[in-house]
Design a protein around this ligand. Sequence first.
Ligand code: 6GU
Length: 251
Amino acid sequence: MRIDILTLFPQIFPGPFSSGIFQRAVNSGLVKVNIHNIRDYTHNKHHIVDDSPYGGGAGMVLKPEPIFEAVAQIKETLKPEEGAGPPPVILLTPQGRPFCQQVAQELSGHSHLIIICGHYEGFDERVRQYLATDEISIGDYVLSGGELAAMVIVDTVVRLLPGVLGSEASSRDDSHAAGLLEYPQYTRPAVYRGWPVPEVLLSGNHAQIARWRRQQAIRRTLERRPELLDKAQLSPEERQLVSRLKKDGTC
Ligand code: 6GU
């Protein structure tokens, strides 16, 4: 996957992308991230990227020209075989559609993403209307720029790419992967400060362990994020378990 990120603050990007799982994915050629400074696509003498809003008001608005130009130049570098259709052009804004695991899954199916980070009071509306194909927000709060949102989105998407995690199972069992929170995990020692690991996990009975984990995931989701259960893929027996837990008042 190729990811091009447009930003006014390129210097903050290497951080999360230069360690651990992400760096391994880059080194093994599974992902290539290109960071572009929007300022490099200006033609005015002082490399000005923003201007005051028409109609007056506080704050500054990002000018359309450098953003359009940057995206055009990125698209020009695309080789015809490098993906079927044009890449999505994703605008990061608190007004976008909410980011979640399902959106990450969707994005991970593209061979190329172009991501635009906003700053100041916002973008010239024509960037939204005529350049972006998608708008994403990472939550109902306001960041001072799209950079942190880009890091969140790119990290989430990249770990879903085949080959990035050690085993396919690692992302399959993640919280949210099947619409549920993850089951509790334990490692040695079997008893720590008198607190034992659940017996079933030491049993070696893999069918029983799988059943226990699934039930724990459901129970935990019901306790912490009951609204997630409406959309989770549950068997009829599991739906019954949910009704029973609700009735018992265990949750
Ligand atoms: Cl994508 N950008 C900004 N500036 N703030 C946000 C956001 C994005 N998502 C949540 N808050």
